[in-house]
Design a protein around this ligand. Structure first.
Ligand SMILES: *Cc1c(COP(=O)(O)O)cnc(C)c1O
Length: 452
């Protein structure tokens, strides 16, 4: 649907229709299925979400990093419609289909690394992560899985175990899977090993991590190290320089599979196809999902052929994995990124975002740090720049203030105090600017509240 790319507020937000639907929702859907805005969508296009009350909101969340190519991207919609007329499902394990094959070929070319690759598909990011671990264990014949502080890998049992944060993801949901070990992530703003500069942080985290793997886990027991090239749910933390390359080197030296979880960072978000490209590392396995199929549910596991081929026939798969509608959408997403130069757009959007947020940081004490890569940008809010006490209430207030004014933004971070920006890479610059004007006014309102 073609909706004008403009913010337009015609009722209070949430309006009466959204409020009525929310009432029904509370009676029909368990509260565990959380929501961040109390708004129901009517139709979406580009960077605009029109709600059921007729308000047009600027989308700076992209449906949780899923719509890099935009809401209801025309190419994607057409590809799905064309596939819909042919067939919706065959099951790759029964009668095979070409969209699955073609998307696998495309990803095999795009994922970094010189060696031949293979790709299998799943229904979600969590399921992609689970399969990456299964395959790593099979290939190495080792049980151990190394993950990091602040990690988010999904909500299924293994993925939840690998996820760091207890509330809300793990509280009362155990017991968890054994043989999952957690190490510090080189988070320069809050360096867990006390480094005062990013370089010191990388160095001290690496030293600690390697010592743990050498002396407590034992490299011969480790199947894989699974890491986000930039922490997603964990707060858009760009790791200190050198941290990931050194970990990758350790993995190479010890036959440990280096798995880059690119579910949030991948498919153009950071200005490269994959976030790990900024680190000059070629992973053994890459997981994708979120923006891979422009809103259709699809996850991917792409890895070195030798590793991926190790599993026996029938050892991996699933009824719906690589659904043909989703794969057709995925092909259209990759085409759109190439055709519309969206990697360059991600860089451009990222620099606009970063510049505006840095200007705001000069005016507002609340902003402790602005960081990111490409169009994956965030600001971490603090009550005090000295103590860095997380301003989590201010972050929640900011989100409310913004959606009330027609702009959707999202939170992140272990301390719930990071505002992340994930605009569709197709967003018009004026619209992004207007969205950020709203954010700026909202910060003024939130600071005024806090001063009261
Ligand atoms: C969202 C996310 C997942 C989980 O994906 P789902 O599709 O929600 O299962 C895994 N890893 C990362 C890095 C993510 O951001």
């Amino acid at each position: 649907m073609d909706i004008p790319q403009e913010r337009r507020i015609v009722t209070e937000i949430p309006g009466p229709r959204s409020r009525a639907l929310l009432e029904r929702r509370l009676q029909a859907v368990p509260r565990g299925v959380f929501y961040t805005t109390p708004i129901f969508a009517d139709a979406t296009s580009g960077a605009i979400i029109r709600d059921v009350d007729g308000n047009s909101l600027i989308d700076l969340g992209a449906g949780l990093a899923v719509l890099n190519t935009g809401n209801s991207a025309p190419g994607v919609t057409e590809a799905v419609r064309a596939q819909l007329d042919r067939f919706t499902h065959t099951c790759m394990h029964v009668t095979m289909n070409e969209p699955y094959l073609e998307l696998a070929e495309r990803l095999n070319e795009l994922v970094p690394g010189e060696e031949p690759k293979r790709t299998m598909f799943t229904n979600s990011g969590a399921e992609a992560v689970e399969n990456a671990v299964k395959i790593s264990r099979y290939f190495t014949k080792r049980p151990g899985v190394v993950v990091f502080d602040h990690a988010f890998h999904g909500r299924t049992l293994l993925a939840m175990t690998m996820t760091a944060k207890v509330v809300p993801y793990k509280q009362s949901l155990g017991p968890f899977i054994p043989e999952v070990y957690r190490l510090p992530y080189a988070y320069p703003y809050r360096c867990p090993t006390g480094g005062h500069t990013p370089e010191e942080c990388a160095e001290s985290c690496i030293r600690y991590a390697i010592d743990q793997m050498d002396k407590q886990i034992g490299p011969d027991n480790i199947a894989c190290l699974v890491v986000e090239p930039i922490l997603g749910e964990g707060g858009f933390v760009v790791p200190a320089p050198g941290f990931l390359p050194r970990l990758a080197e350790y993995c190479r030296d010890h036959g440990i599979m280096f798995v880059a979880d690119e579910v949030q960072t991948g498919i153009g978000r950071t200005g490269r196809w994959f976030g790990i490209e900024h680190e000059g590392v070629a992973p053994d396995i890459v997981t994708t999902a979120k923006s891979l199929a422009g809103g259709l549910p699809l996850g991917g596991v792409t890895g070195r052929a030798e590793v991926m081929e190790s599993v026996h026939v029938g050892g991996v798969g699933g009824t719906f994995g690589g659904n043909p509608l989703a794969c057709a959408a995925g092909l259209a997403v990759l085409d759109a990124i190439e055709r519309d130069g969206l990697l360059e757009r991600a860089e451009r959007i990222g620099s606009l975002l970063t510049r505006r947020l840095r200007e705001m940081a000069e005016r507002f004490e609340l902003i402790g740090e602005v960081r990111g890569r490409g169009a994956m940008v965030a600001m971490e809010l603090v009550e005090d720049r000295q103590t860095k006490a997380p301003a989590n209430h201010a972050a929640s207030r900011l989100i409310e203030e913004c959606y009330a004014q027609g702009v959707i933004i999202l939170k992140a971070g272990t301390y719930d105090n990071v505002i992340r920006f994930l605009p569709p890479l197709t967003i018009q610059e004026e619209l992004l600017g207007e969205g950020l004007d709203v954010v700026e006014k909202a910060i003024v309102a939130v600071e005024a509240d806090a001063a009261r």
